[in-house]
Structure formats: C-alpha cells, structure tokens
Design a protein around this ligand. Structure first.
Ligand code: ATP
Ligand code: MG
Length: 563
C-alpha cells in the first residue's frame, strides 16, 4: 500500500498567468536579463516554514520551472540572536518535500558578510554612509513622522576618514552593543521614512550559528537583502507587499554601488482564516505548550500539515488555486481542504474503521465461522485492486449508526429496522441490550444470507449502508481528530489572540477499531476510513503495537447520503 510522491510539479499549471508572469514574459521579449530567469526563496531561519511560505516557494519555483530558469534557496541568516540550526534543517527538509528543486544552490547570507562589509566601505568612501552615535531611542525620536521630516543626526557630517576608522573599530569589537551604528546618508526629509538615513549595521556581540565569533556587527535586512540578490544574479526578487515601501531603498543601495540590480516585485501574502501565521505567534504557541511542537498537526506549518497527512501535491495545487494578487485578503481554509480531498480521493486506499464502537451479535450466524468478503481498495482507481474483509458473528458498528428513537430521515439502524453492512449483508436489529444506567451496549441482530453484496439472490433494498469491523480480527488503534485551532476567523486581529484558541481542536479516541488489513499501515500512507474521513499514520507517536492515526480532513460526502 505504499505510494510515491512525485517531485514533478504539475504541468497543467504551466503558463498560468499572473501579473508576475506577465512581467517576466515582457523581460524575456526585451531580453532585459539576457534570457535568464533566476528567483530565490529567502527565509530567515528563525522558525519553521508555514503554508504562507509554501505559497512563496511554489510561486518562485513555479516560475523557474515554467520559464526554464534557476531557483535558489538562500537563508537570510543575518540576525544571530533569533536563528538556529534546527530551523535551517527543517526549512531545507520542507522545501525539498514540496518539490522545489534548488539543485545544490543552497546559499547563506552570512557567507557574504565580508563582501557586504566591503560594499559598506565603498559607500562610506563615496560619502554615502556614516557612523552614528545616537542610540536606538534617539534615532527613533529624530526620524520624524509621516507628516513631519526627521532631524539630521549631529554625527551626519563626520569626515570620510573618521567614518572609515570608526567603522573598522566597530568591526573589531571596540564598542558595546548599541553604542554606534552605520547609517546610509540619504535624506532625513524624505517622504518615505525608509529613506531617512536607515541603519545598515548594528553592533551585536553575539556568536553566529555559522560564523562563530567572527563578527560583532550585523547587517540590517534592507542593506543585506539587495546585495544577496545582486551577488546571486537574481533577476526577479519576489517578496510580499510590506516591502513595497522598502523598494526605493533596495534600489538606492544597488544604484549607489553600481552593481548588478535585480527587480523587486511585491505580491500579497497568504493569510488563512482560523489560524495565525506570524512566526512570532507560532513560536509562542510552541514555547508555551499550546501545541505539541512546530509539527503539531493543528499548526499551519508545512511540517504540521505533512504530519497531518497533507501531500506536497495538495499544497502546490492550493498555491496555484489561491493565485497571485496585489492586494491582501484572507483565504478560506476550505480551499486548502478542497485541494487535499481532491488529491487523497485519487490516491487513498479505502478501509473500514469504527471510531466509537457498538457491539453487534448476529444471532443466526454460526459461532466460529469466518467469511472473507471482497472489498474495493479505491473506487476511483481500479488498478489499486481489492482486498478481503473478515466477517463473523460478532461485529462492531459506529455508535452513531444506531438510534433507539430516530429522527425523521434516519436511514441507519433502528430497533426492528434493517440496514446494509458495506460489502456484506443486510441485517435486522431484533433486540437492544442496555446496561444498568440505560446505555445501549449491544444489539442482537439477524442477517439475511440471501443479501450478500454482489452475489446475493435477494432483491431486498434498504436505504442505509453502514461500515463495520469484525470483532475478533479488528485492530485497536488510537485516532486523533482535529478541528480548527482558533474559534474566530482572524485571531491575529485581537491582541488577546490566545483567548480564541479552540479548546476542542484535538480529540483523542484511544479505543477505535480498524480492519485487520491496516495492521501494518506505514507512516506516510494515506487511508480513507470510509465515512469518517482521510487519515494517515502519525509520524511521531505511532508504534507498531499501538498505531496512531491522524485525521487529515473529513469527507465532504459519504456514500451513506447517497442511495
Ligand atoms: P518574519 O519576517 O516575521 O520572520 P516572514 O514570514 O516574513 O516572518 P521570512 O523568513 O522572512 O519570514 O519569509 C521568507 C519568505 O517568505 C519571504 O520572501 C516572505 O515574503 C515570504 N512569506 C512569508 N510569509 C508569507 C505569506 N504569508 N505568504 C506568502 N509569502 C510569505
Ligand atoms: Mg520576513
């Protein structure tokens, strides 16, 4: 029952147009980049990737696939205080799993630190950067507002020689954290606040995960990012909308240096409802144990979705379906569920599992008889074949498939009523057995031997079909059902967002029963428990002795509602 995930991205999506594709198309026609199309995905290794990052990866990788270009994975590891190797490792794993092939083009911004330093020296020599002694508060206080210009720093007119000397001493570690910065000398009255002498370097006496103690000055995002793109000969530097106001600065740095100059293009970030997406919030959920870890199946992280049973194909399909916009919006989580259902419907083996068992005894079925009944593995794909299901006198059905006092339209089992057992016989409920507290604990039923699925001679018809497992052969397993992590659509809009955590986001059923063919189910396998949803074996806590299944997603329709 094992399966393969293709690493090829779907070809039907090729040339699906969005405004970025149009820009690239035009650039190719005008030969702006000599026919090159180079993109990158530039994560900061300060957390695990989430579904929004998947969107960005699929966009950047999809472009090079469709235009025959090159895709880089580059870590923007410029801030040693928040970054960790664990995050680097998980990001590489997630990008590969998504099928975004970087063919060894794995880069680290920190490997460019020396070049960045030399570029900064160049700007100082041009009189375009200066060492400033104002502290963070003072810099903020003199920056001005949207309506008022900022004030020039009193250190703004230091001589080039003095700046070169101070900058070198900053690098050598002669100053304490925050004592000095290197700032670009642009315009304190610019209507764009990002151009009011932005900081290029900060002093941070902290070891870097790759560079050790080599550096104690670290570049800011704005200074570093364009240089990274330039050094890697990126053609189209695609980022999210919040960087639109930073583009003039991106351009200013590269123009002043006169180096290779990629084009920055912004698109709207993906927002999903009923979850949070900021890395800071996701980290808080992990650190304060609101979830099990970054890969908790309720998390919107790629690793969480993978553990939940999402496939790379479904995430890529979702990324395509969401499209690329210029304006922020919220995407409904049902679009994501649509993609995974679509994919799993095609690939998932069907099986019978009873989540909340109710015992059935077939009083007219021979005591020790076991019959093997034939069941279809996937009605969508005949090549997936058939399997046998053991059938015997004692069975379990779903508690919810029996009602003593049924509402109108209930077509499953009722006292005196009949129902079909999937792939088996029609049974009739003759007697209801209860315990002292009045709880139904067993049904005594009779089966009609003429009604065997496929071969029976009876023409009897019943409205309902239900699933079941044979008591003796069924395998006890744990099943985990998931609901939305938050109770409101946009928890991030409230500063007390944690109070909207859904207390019922995880339900653990420790005594579910599955058909014996699942005894050897493997991690990564996708199985549809008929009528109960798509499931997978959990990759972290499942053991051969006690399998643990995660519900990936519910089924939209179950065959019970059909005739
Ligand atoms: P932060 O900057 O707060 O750490 P981030 O999510 O922006 O968080 P990055 O590591 O900088 O983290 O993101 C890497 C890339 O992913 C960036 O190019 C960014 O624009 C893109 N990205 C991040 N979040 C989303 C999102 N929700 N939708 C689409 N792209 C995103
Ligand atoms: Mg970012």
């Amino acid at each position: 029952m094992s399966e393969q995930h293709s690493t090829e991205l779907p070809s039907e999506s090729i040339k699906k147009k969005n405004f970025i594709y149009e820009i690239i198309d035009d650039d190719l026609k005008s030969n702006k980049w000599n026919g090159n199309v180079n993109t990158r995905f530039p994560p900061e290794p300060n957390g695990y990737l989430h579904i929004g990052h998947a969107k960005s990866i699929c966009l950047n990788y999809g472009i090079v696939r469709d235009f025959n270009g090159k895709f880089n994975l580059r870590f923007d590891d410029t801030n040693p205080s928040k970054e960790e190797q664990e995050y680097v490792d998980s990001i590489i794993e997630d990008v590969k799993w998504l099928g975004a092939e970087f063919e060894g083009r794995l880069f680290f911004a920190s490997d460019y630190f020396e070049q960045m330093y030399q570029f900064a020296v160049e700007l100082i020599k041009k009189g375009k950067a200066y060492v400033c002694d104002l502290n963070a508060d003072e810099i903020r206080a003199t920056r001005g507002t949207l309506t008022e210009p900022g004030k020039d720093s009193i250190y703004r007119n230091r001589s080039i020689e003095e700046n070169l000397d101070l900058f070198e001493r900053m690098r050598k570690g002669e100053f304490k954290n925050g004592e000095k910065t290197l700032r670009a000398k642009i315009d304190m009255a610019s209507p764009n606040i990002n151009l009011r002498d932005p900081i290029m370097y900060r002093i941070v006496h902290e070891d870097h995960q790759r560079q050790g103690n080599k550096w104690c000055i670290y570049p800011t995002y704005d200074w570093a990012h364009g240089l990274e793109d330039s050094l890697e000969k990126i053609t189209h530097s695609i980022c999210t909308l919040e960087f639109e106001n930073h583009r003039p600065l991106y351009d200013w740095f590269l123009n002043e240096l006169g180096v290779y100059h990629p084009q920055q293009i912004e698109f709207a970030r993906l927002n999903l409802n009923y979850t949070v997406m900021s890395k800071r919030k996701l980290l808080q959920l992990v650190k304060e144990n609101f979830v099990d870890d970054w890969d908790d199946p309720r998390m919107p992280t790629i690793s969480g979705l993978r553990r939940r049973g999402y496939t790379p194909e479904a995430l890529r399909d979702f990324a395509e379906n969401v499209g690329v916009a210029k304006r922020d919006a919220q995407t409904d989580i049902s679009l994501l569920e649509f993609s995974i259902r679509n994919d799993l419907n095609k690939r998932a083996q069907r099986a019978m599992a009873v989540l909340r068992p109710l015992k059935i005894v077939l009083t007219n079925y021979a005591e020790n008889q076991v019959e093997e009944l034939e069941a279809v593995n996937n009605p969508e794909d005949a090549s997936m074949g058939k399997r046998n299901l053991p059938f015997s006198r004692e069975l379990f059905i779903e508690q919810s498939d029996f009602m003593e006092i049924p509402p109108k339209g209930f077509h499953r089992l009722v006292p005196g009523g009949e129902v079909r057992l999937r792939y088996a016989y029609i049974i009739k409920c003759d007697e209801v057995i209860k315990n002292e507290t009045g709880e139904v604990i067993e049904l005594r039923c009779s089966f009609d031997p003429e009604t065997k699925s496929g071969t029976g001679t009876s023409t009897k018809k019943v409205k309902g079909t239900i699933h079941w497992v044979s008591a003796k052969q069924a395998v006890p397993v744990e099943v985990r059902l998931y609901d939305r992590l938050f109770t409101i659509e946009n928890p991030a809009s409230d500063e007390n967002w944690l109070k909207f955590l859904n207390p019922h986001s995880l339900e653990i059923i420790s005594d579910a029963l599955v058909e014996p063919s699942l005894r050897n189910a493997k991690i990564g396998e996708h199985i549809q428990f008929e009528r109960n949803g798509y499931f997978c074996v959990d990759s972290k806590i499942s053991t051969p002795d006690k399998l643990v299944f995660n519900r990936t997603v519910t089924l939209k329709d179950s065959w019970t509602s059909k005739k």
